[in-house]
Design a protein around this ligand. Sequence first.
Ligand code: ADP
Ligand code: MG
Length: 369
Amino acid sequence: MRSLREITDLKDKKVLLRVDFDVPVSDEGQIEETFRIKKQKETINYLVERGAKVVMVAHISDKSVDQSFSTLMPQLHILLGCEINFLKTVSDIGVYLENYAGLALLENIRKNIGEKENDSEFALSLSKGFDVYVNNDFAVCHRNHASVSGINKLLPNYAGFVVEEEVASLSRAVNSPKEGKIIIIGGAKAENKIPVIKNFLDKADRVLVGGVVANDILKEKGYDIGSSIVDENSKEFLSDLDLNSPQLIIPKDFNISENKILDIGRETIKDFSEIIKNAKTIIWNGPMGLFEDKRFVEGTRAIAQAVADSDAFKVVGGGDTISAIGKFGLGGKFDFSASSGQVFVSTGGGAMLAFLSGDKLPGLEALEN
Ligand code: ADP
Ligand code: MG
């Protein structure tokens, strides 16, 4: 993976920059989480300050803006602190590169069917007129899409600072000594989370599990979990997980309501907090319960607090996990804006889990070549 810093002369270089602007937007059209966008600043500024002509490509999934960047441009302008021209279609890029300087953003790249299909014709049309490609969107690196892994064959390619920092921090966590290393997995979606548990059973001292994933495991172990929510397809992912591994720590008591497990219980909070306190490396993804409802917030809050108080090297990720931390007023302790060396907040949900599962990520593989 070559760093953006290796491009010797950026003056007038035409740069296709993959960025991460996939943020939630309120019904009133306000961007609700700015962390991902702010993270892009350093790379954008680096390129613009050195005289590069930059066209950014990104996707946005939020339906309240009809999956379009058009109405978000004024907010992006303020958040990034620079003028951004808006390009409606890929065919507008050529004219822009010929006639204008500075920074532009292309409309949601996924509005082109060739993007998700990783169509080579589409990748070719996207690459036209550019000198280099820079990938600064770690969160999409687990996808085999044209602007993520297809474009690399067509342009000299480099990793932006976000991708570099994500890979370095996640690798540091994965490769840190087993002794004192723990991973906490909660939330839902067995298909993404159980492979991480599997990968860490022999790489970590302890794997602590809460949330719906814990329900999946309890059910598989034959416990009566009443009408608790489970992941429907969990059985197939659990089939080759050693459910009796001494490393695997599942909750021993619960906060139950209407016959559903909705949070971890007091004893479990105590046990988990003690393990967290003694850890040297902590990886955390996924809430311990239905934290959106204040009756079931305590487990997640206590875990967030224990992680915040620890001096360990910490890596945290997941959209809901990050929003929980913010809700508890612990954002400052996790320092979302910069990686302070001891704590790293990942922008990748699915991509972080894929990386932690030991999977090869197409977007990173493509940067290697
Ligand atoms: P992240 O985005 O941090 O990776 P997930 O998306 O996997 O987290 O899961 C978060 C969701 O899981 C939250 O909406 C939370 O309410 C829900 N959840 C966690 N535990 C339970 C539970 N016991 N019952 C129902 N929902 C739960
Ligand atoms: Mg989520």
